[in-house]
Design a binder for this molecule. Structure first.
Ligand SMILES: *[C@@H]1O[C@H](CO)[C@@H](O)[C@H](O)[C@H]1NC(C)=O
Ligand SMILES: *[C@@H]1O[C@H](CO)[C@@H](O)[C@H](O)[C@H]1NC(C)=O
Ligand SMILES: *[C@@H]1O[C@H](CO)[C@@H](O)[C@H](O)[C@H]1NC(C)=O
Ligand SMILES: *[C@@H]1O[C@H](CO)[C@@H](O)[C@H](O)[C@H]1NC(C)=O
Ligand SMILES: *[C@@H]1O[C@H](CO)[C@@H](O)[C@H](O)[C@H]1NC(C)=O
Ligand SMILES: *[C@@H]1O[C@H](CO)[C@@H](O)[C@H](O)[C@H]1NC(C)=O
Length: 568
């Protein structure tokens, strides 16, 4: 896996820089900064924050240079033109006053990456890194905007290429670019950003945080494994951590449902929705309330027999039931992917059917699966997914091109220096199975002393009814200011609108855990009458339960009453 020498050169360089700077660095980097006074989260405004090239130019190594630097006035927006940044074209608006930098860093003769940094005038002495999604290459200005509203300095990297989430052509034959995407851009951007933050404020960040979902989740877990000192706390959503196996499973699972027009195995989009309704009917009540939200799919004993056409009176609607061949397809989609007795990847969960058509109902496998096989693994842009075979995930795991996977489960170095992780995954996610996060948590527990000792520093929450990172199809409480969530409500969102506190906001819960030792035992998720519009009024709030527990309503309890929900 990751070889120490990979990061050696750059780290060496930073060490030299630090030695050079040491005489000029007051207390901040050599001792711990004093804690904030009780009740005060903002210290008096810093003086002399000079948002100009020459403030920073001599601090950067020769491989890096500032591309743009701009003072952003309170209330205005910032970003790049959509043509310049196709992956993240939307600008955050109504920003607090800040200094915005873009830095370009060369990593090899054939690769370079950029990162963006927001340095707010009113700084809370914290540093936050936000992640990317899919294979998107671009600075994620919108999520940076969400972060800077907390008063944190915020960084995002383009990971070394320029493309949208499903466009992987940049990786073909480009080992160095693959490595930048895997971990190198993130790692170097963090180290340089910490120096820039220090230079600007004359003080190192007191604590460093991470928030990201999907690929963003992977990037956070990966960085912990590359360098245990990068972060004090991470908020990790639906991580794509097992990249080799996730991408190949994504291709495989499509082939299970690809017999369109022949064989009778194929599930149409409408049949997937029918299956979802039937799952809802059978599994919804297990948590004590029939509310259209499945909270404990693993406890549902789903009877496929009840979906069979022979057992239903469906009249003329041939898509309101399944044939036995279609049931076999569905069972294969839910099943673990196992080859020669070797577990390769978990299947999708009951309750995710509403979103199946993204992976299973298109003209070919999702690009984030098949393009990975072509561009990263086989180095063959004309490879045809119809030639998929079960040796491919084995090849992928052995080669691990770009070193994307975050599977070094023993992160005791991180734990031992007080690091904390809050991880979450939507139960209705049909892009990355929730069970892949279960597996990550289980493996980490196995490597580090069991689940009960994990709970002291690493909490994992299932989110009933949440799809992939954002949104719900079933009016489930899905929002807690996780990675990408604020951006999905609008361009100026801060925290959980109306509930800007550590009970409802997972990032604030993480800060409380890291800085005040307040363990994140539960989180309250929120949704609104229109799930993506807080102005439509709160529809529901519910506590999320730390894995392996799940939500249940006390017998006779009122659904709206938070106190009536327990974790079982
Ligand atoms: C920015 O403007 C808002 C009002 O629009 C004001 O409440 C806030 O204090 C200002 N912040 C800074 C850092 O000037
Ligand atoms: C990203 O690619 C687009 C073309 O898709 C190009 O117009 C733009 O200049 C590129 N951005 C950067 C930062 O290189
Ligand atoms: C970043 O620097 C590299 C050279 O190291 C150059 O090829 C690339 O075009 C630069 N990118 C931007 C957006 O300035
Ligand atoms: C690339 O894939 C195509 C189609 O699957 C195949 O015919 C061809 O032989 C492959 N090329 C190489 C170099 O393996
Ligand atoms: C599986 O596919 C890969 C890529 O096309 C090929 O190299 C390999 O020989 C195939 N293996 C089997 C057992 O068919
Ligand atoms: C994780 O561990 C739990 C408890 O041992 C077990 O029930 C579950 O099946 C495991 N899940 C995965 C995906 O490994």
């Amino acid at each position: 896996m990751l070889k120490p020498q990979n990061i050696h050169n750059f780290t060496m360089h930073l060490h030299q820089l630090l030695i050079y700077l040491l005489p000029f660095i007051p207390l901040a980097l050599t001792s711990t900064a004093p804690p904030l006074p009780d009740g005060a989260s903002v210290l008096p405004r810093q003086r002399g924050l000079v948002c100009r090239d020459d403030t920073f130019s001599d601090i950067l190594p020769a491989s890096a240079h500032i591309v743009t630097i701009a003072r952003v006035a309170n209330g205005s927006s910032y970003g790049e033109s959509p043509a310049q940044n196709p992956a993240y074209p939307v600008h955050p608006t109504n920003l607090p006053e800040l200094c915005a930098l873009t830095v370009n860093v060369t990593t090899s003769p054939t690769s370079s990456f950029r990162f963006g940094l927001f340095l707010p005038t009113k700084w809370e002495y914290r540093f936050l890194v936000v992640g990317n999604g899919g294979f998107a290459g671009g600075i994620n200005w919108l999520d940076m905007g969400g972060g800077v509203r907390y008063g944190f300095a915020v960084m995002s990297t383009d990971t070394g290429h320029n493309s949208t989430s499903g466009d992987v052509r940049w990786a073909l034959g480009q080992k160095e670019k693959q490595k930048d995407f895997g971990w190198r851009a993130m790692h170097q951007a963090i180290e340089m950003s910490k120096m820039l933050v220090y230079t600007y404020y004359s003080q190192a960040p007191r604590k460093s945080y991470y928030s990201g979902c999907s690929t963003g989740g992977r990037q956070g877990l990966k960085e912990v494994q590359v360098d245990a000192t990068s972060f004090d706390g991470l908020l990790v959503g639906a991580p794509a951590w097992w990249s080799t196996n996730l991408a190949t499973w994504t291709t495989k699972v499509y082939t299970l449902n690809s017999a369109k027009g022949g064989g009778g195995r194929y599930l149409s989009a409408k049949e997937m929705l029918f299956l979802g309704q039937e799952v809802m009917r059978q599994c919804d009540g297990i948590d004590g309330v029939v509310d259209g939200i499945i909270s404990a799919s693993e406890r549902c004993r789903f009877d496929f027999g009840e979906t069979l056409c022979g057992n239903r009176d469906v009249g003329a609607d041939k898509e309101a039931c399944l044939t036995s061949e279609q049931v076999a397809t569905a069972k294969a989609i839910y099943a673990d992917y196992v080859v020669n007795g070797k577990f390769l990847f978990p299947g999708l969960s009951l309750g995710s059917e509403d979103l199946w058509s993204v992976l299973l109902g298109q003209a070919g496998p999702d690009p984030r699966g098949q393009e990975y096989v072509k561009m990263f693994l086989l180095n063959n842009a004309t490879w045809d997914w119809r030639e998929y075979n079960d040796s491919i995930p084995i090849m992928a795991a052995a080669a691990n091109p770009g070193d994307l996977t975050a599977d070094q489960f023993d992160i005791s170095d991180f734990r031992d220096r007080g690091g904390k992780i809050i991880m979450y995954h939507g139960d209705a996610d049909a892009l990355i199975p929730v069970k892949s996060s279960d597996y990550y948590y289980n493996e980490t527990a196995a490597a580090m002393g069991g689940i009960s000792s994990l709970e002291l520093w690493f909490r994992y929450f299932h989110v009933p009814g949440l799809g992939h990172c954002t949104g719900t199809r079933v009016n489930a409480p899905w929002y807690f200011a996780g990675g990408n969530q604020a951006a999905s409500l609008g361009t100026a969102t801060y925290s959980v609108p109306g509930f800007e506190d550590a009970q409802h906001d997972a990032l604030l819960a993480l800060v409380d855990w890291v800085e005040r030792g307040k363990q994140a035992d539960s989180l309250i998720a929120t949704t609104w009458n229109t799930p993506s519009n807080p102005r439509s009024g709160v529809l529901r709030q519910r506590p999320l339960c730390p894995y392996p527990k799940s939500q249940a309503l006390r017998s006779g309890g009122e659904e709206k009453d938070l106190k009536e929900w327990t974790c079982v």
